[in-house]
Design a binder for this molecule. Structure first.
Ligand code: DCS
Length: 481
């Protein structure tokens, strides 16, 4: 009997190869337990509003008015909405060709692309061209579009940090490319050692892989490190020397919890280097409304900016974006609001400042509570979350736990995370979902649970962990009272 195209044995093999642990086995089991009535703390996804983070008031006011413009005809509108929100809503509606219900240009609304360019110019100190900024449904869509454009066949390699956010491994599998890992140094706060890059690229070339691009995630997911300016410079030089496109995933640029290394964009470092370098490197940078103190994941707003990409390629990328007609328009407006928030002197400024600062300061405190909590546990070591939204402790699993996992047919860190989930309701992602060195185990949790719940979560984690270690550690040689 001949197979039909959507019979499992006949579908695209690349689809089957895709693995995406953030919504993998642990998440499915957590959802099952939740249905059975168990209280689950979903710390597997960086989804701030799902864990109670409140939306910022001003952007929601503007978007509400854009969605329901008839409210602005109501003589009482000024009693509910501040005048700057009303003015902003009118501004955005005037940029559309028929309000939020109309498709926009496939690259996004020109007026919002201009707001993004102004934001980038202000941030980096160098002009940015709105024609080279495309708006997307979250950063993910942009990343996928660029990888799709770069990868031609399975000999095309993309350098990806390990541990990495699995969007990269998943999309590279889907497009039939080859992931070339470079390892981050856990013992040096997950920093990027340039020697590892040269090693990885040499080894890949030996296997016949043509390395075409490099991904950096700054601040890092799941690792939480912030790249220093000098480190970024080395990376840029490496990409220029090796003729690689640099894909700079900078979605966590607002999420910084230390003062030594503030966020600095790859683009700024490149332009600081000046010509000929600044005209040489092909760079694509990504940003989103899903992270930072916005956390508006469900709105699906994002952009990418292209630097030194030839106009004919930019046109091809436009053509492919056109197949999907239009990025979602409310998401574009959220992006416009994020890059152009209320300014000093605006009626909504103080409230906006207070709200965003409160979120950021709380995240900073939570980053400390989590790191300290993990480091107080038996056989657990954890680097401080310098940025982004995650804690990525190393769990030193005793040999007997590894054996027990094997017997249960589970990868050791999956085994540990499943037991943690069953015992405490804390839903994490095993480190194997992000890649890690052979024989080393981690888990990833977000730092997003409400601050007031955090101490209890850490107590419950510690209780589980220390009992787990007690159960599986070999005590021969110890005298136990
Ligand atoms: N890049 C990185 C490094 C991310 O962590 C994420 C989302 C994205 C891009 C894509 O986000 P948007 O498409 O929403 O803009 N992070 C996921 C994660 O690790 N947990 O939750 C989502």
């Amino acid at each position: 009997m001949s197979l039909k195209a959507l019979d499992y044995d006949s579908i695209n093999e690349n689809v089957k190869k895709v693995a995406y642990a953030v919504r993998g086995e642990l998440y499915l089991r957590a959802s099952e337990l939740q249905k059975e009535g168990k209280k689950i703390i979903f710390t597997n996804v960086g989804n701030p509003h799902a864990l109670g983070q409140k939306p910022l008031t001003f952007p929601r006011q503007v978007i509400a008015l854009c969605q329901a413009p008839f409210l602005m005809d109501d003589p009482n509108v000024g009693l509910i909405f501040p005048v700057d929100a009303i003015a902003r809503a009118k501004h955005y509606l005037s940029l559309t060709s028929g309000g939020l219900g109309a498709y926009s240009d496939s690259r996004g609304l020109p007026g919002i692309r201009k707001e993004v360019a102004d934001f980038i110019q202000k941030r980096d100190g160098y002009p940015s061209d709105p024609e080279l900024i495309y708006l997307t449904d979250g950063a993910s869509k942009g990343v996928m579009q660029m990888l799709n454009t770069i990868i031609r066949n399975d000999k095309d390699g993309i350098l990806v940090p390990v541990p990495q956010y699995p969007l990269y491994s998943a999309a590279i599998s889907l497009f039939g490319g080859s992931l070339v890992p470079y390892y981050l140094e856990e013992s040096a706060n997950w920093s990027l050692d340039i020697k590892n890059l040269y090693q990885s690229i040499t080894e890949a070339r030996r296997r016949g892989v043509t390395v075409r691009a490099m991904v950096i995630i700054n601040p890092g997911n799941p690792t939480g490190q912030c790249l220093s300016e000098s480190n970024l410079r080395e990376i840029l030089e490496f990409c220029i020397n090796e003729h690689l496109v640099l894909l700079a995933d900078e979605v966590y640029q607002q999420n910084i919890y230390q003062d030594e290394r503030p966020f600095i964009s790859a683009r700024k470092v490149l332009f600081d280097m000046g010509p000929p370098w600044s005209k040489e490197l092909q760079l694509v940078s990504f940003h989103t409304v899903s992270k930072g103190y916005w956390g508006e994941c469900g709105q699906r707003g994002g952009y990418f900016e292209m630097t030194n990409i030839p106009p004919k390629t930019v046109d091809e990328i436009y053509k492919v974006a056109s197949i999907s007609l239009s990025p979602n328009v409310p998401g574009q407006i959220f992006l416009g609001l994020m890059v152009n928030p209320p300014k000093p002197g605006d009626i909504s400024y103080l409230k906006y400042e207070q709200e965003s600062k409160a979120v950021l300061e709380s995240l900073r405190r939570r980053a400390h509570i989590m790191t300290d909590g993990f480091n107080s546990c038996r056989n657990v070591v954890c680097n401080f979350t310098e940025g982004a939204m995650y804690s990525f402790p190393q769990i030193r699993l005793p040999p007997r736990a590894i054996e027990a996992a094997k017997k249960a047919g589970k990868v050791p860190d999956v085994f540990y995370c499943l037991k943690l989930l069953e015992a405490t309701g804390i839903s994490t992602v095993p480190g194997s979902g992000f890649g890690q060195k052979e024989g080393v185990f981690h888990l990833r949790t977000t730092i997003l649970p409400a601050e007031e719940d955090m101490p209890q979560i850490m107590v419950s984690f510690k209780k589980f962990n220390d009992e787990f270690m007690e159960q599986y550690e070999d005590y021969r040689g110890y005298s136990r009272m």
